[in-house]
Design a protein around this ligand. Structure first.
Ligand code: FES
Length: 110
């Protein structure tokens, strides 16, 4: 079973069932597993607050969407980041919450 590992939440592991015919976004998987993750626009690709730092497994993420490319071009997300509401996931991935997107009340590690 593939997994998403959140390195700065104590290497929290989120297992998920992969369906290649209907892949899910990182954010959808996090939400299914009751992981608190900032998503100010509700996952509509408008705010970038859901972005993550890709720690490992970038090859297991879908290609960046045009929305992400536009935000990279405007400097709102960086090349090594993806928006969890946009990024489809197809295997093991390691991610990290950027400093400015940490939620109050959630315990973060290094
Ligand atoms: S939740 Fe707003 S862009 Fe992803």
């Amino acid at each position: 079973m593939p997994k998403i590992t959140i390195s700065n939440q104590g290497h929290k592991v989120v297992n998920y069932k992969l369906n290649n015919a209907a892949p899910l976004t990182v954010l959808a998987i996090l939400q299914e597993n009751n992981i608190d993750w900032m998503h100010a626009c509700g996952g509509k690709g408008k705010c970038t607050s859901c972005k993550c730092i890709i720690v490992s497994g970038e090859v297991n993420l879908g290609a960046k969407t045009q929305v992400e490319i536009d935000f990279i071009d405007s400097g709102k997300i960086l090349d090594f980041q993806q928006m969890t509401c946009q990024a489809l996931v197809f295997g093991n991935v390691g991610i990290k919450v950027p400093e400015k997107n940490k939620l109050p009340g959630v315990n973060y590690t290094n």
